[in-house]
Ligand binder design. Structure first.
Ligand code: FES
Ligand SMILES: [Fe+2]
Length: 378
């Protein structure tokens, strides 16, 4: 997909087939610390993992009317999602074909046409170039050759996803297969988007994902979560492209339902999480910034957003989520420093409580193996 493929085989880290062996959970070591901390992996991850996967962007209800748009950065690329005149969603790179300017500099907005904020070229909502001021004397120029570059887009359960390199990505239906049935009667598409928060984390993105994927750390890192989740009944299930951590909810005053309810924590490879509690969804996307920093997006959805909810249930949920996230950020930053130290290379897994981490690391091995094979064949 990228037309400027500066990435060459010699840039790829020195990995051999021994690195890609998929040992069973009970006997497996964790991935080498270099996979987290060495700078060479950042570009590999961006090009060969993030561009080749479906990336969550926003809620469908942020794009209700023709002309509504949302911008974001996905796999290091500026993108824009618009609802067009035919009421369909389209995604493009948020990059003008004149000299690379942005069509929108806002997180969201509403425009009848997309006008580049640099020199004012205008594009229709279908991405075709319409207005080109002061270009009469430029020769051999055809507007048809300068439309916006489209991006593959999918909508599922009220959420919008894009993929920069769909030819090398799994089908979207395959990625999310089985989730709707598993969480029924909960229907994520009935929830309303409330707000987005961002957290900067001074740790590699894989450290954050590993940490998400196990409940082993809950007693020490999140002691308050023990009052909500029945930790002893915590289970992990794995699928082709996702894993699920699943726990009954404890009875109590915490406002997250009762023992008749469950918490579902889905991780969808490589960097998305769906945290589902009764009447509430929190979507996370973990964006790699470089080898030692990531940004985590937190989008909150609720079954109802009345003034009473905002002052009660939602306020409490946002405060508790923030507390848990601060606890995770702090421990992840320590862990990154530990992985980068002289003292660590590879560890081991708890068979009972770290199956999700093992599954993620297997998918990483497969992605690196495919990348190496492709680069070796060049
Ligand atoms: S870069 Fe868009 S009009 Fe010049
Ligand atoms: Fe945690």
């Amino acid at each position: 997909m990228p037309t400027h493929d500066a990435f060459i085989a010699t840039d790829f880290p020195d990995l051999t087939d021994a690195h890609f062996v998929e040992d069973a959970l009970a006997v497996s070591k964790t991935i080498p610390s270099a996979w987290y901390v060495h700078p060479a992996y950042h570009e590999v991850d961006r090009r060969y993992i993030f561009e080749r996967s479906w990336q969550y962007v926003c809620a469908s209800d942020q794009l209700k009317n023709p002309g509504d748009h949302v911008t974001d950065m996905v796999a290091g690329n500026p993108i824009i999602v618009v609802r067009n005149k035919e009421n369909r969603l389209s995604a493009f790179y948020n990059v003008c074909k004149h000299r690379g300017g942005p069509l929108s500099m806002d997180a969201c907005g509403h425009e009848k046409v997309l006008q580049c904020k640099y020199h004012g070229w205008t594009y229709l909502l279908d991405g075709s170039l319409r207005g080109v001021p002061r270009f009469d004397r430029t020769e051999l120029f055809d507007k048809k050759d300068f439309g916006l570059t489209p991006i593959a887009i999918e909508e599922w359960q009220g959420m919008v996803f894009v993929c920069l390199d769909p030819a090398h990505a799994p089908l979207f239906e395959h990625v999310i297969k089985g989730i709707e049935e598993r969480i029924a009667p909960t229907q994520l598409g009935t929830l309303q988007f409330h707000k987005r928060d961002n957290y900067a984390v001074k740790a590699n993105w894989k450290v954050y994902v590993d940490n998400y994927l196990e409940g082993y750390h809950i007693p020490l890192v999140h002691p308050d979560l023990i009052s909500v989740l029945d930790f002893r009944s915590y289970q992990t299930e794995t699928n082709d492209f996702y894993s699920l951590q699943f726990s009954p909810i404890k009875d109590g005053e915490h406002g997250y339902g009762s023992s008749a309810d469950h918490a579902f924590y889905y991780f969808i490879f490589p960097n998305m999480m769906l945290n589902i509690l009764p009447g509430r969804l929190q979507v996370n996307r973990v964006d790699a910034q470089d080898n030692k920093a990531c940004n985590t997006v937190f989008d909150y959805y609720y079954s109802s957003i009345t003034p009473a909810d905002l002052e009660g249930r939602i306020k409490a949920d946002l405060a508790f989520s923030d507390q848990v996230q601060q606890e995770d950020v702090e421990i992840c930053e320590y862990v990154h420093r530990g992985l980068a130290s002289n003292a660590y290379d590879q560890g081991r897994f708890s068979y009972d409580l770290e199956g999700g981490v093992h599954h993620f690391q297997i998918l990483l091995k497969r992605a690196y193996k495919a990348c190496k094979k492709e680069l070796d064949a060049r």
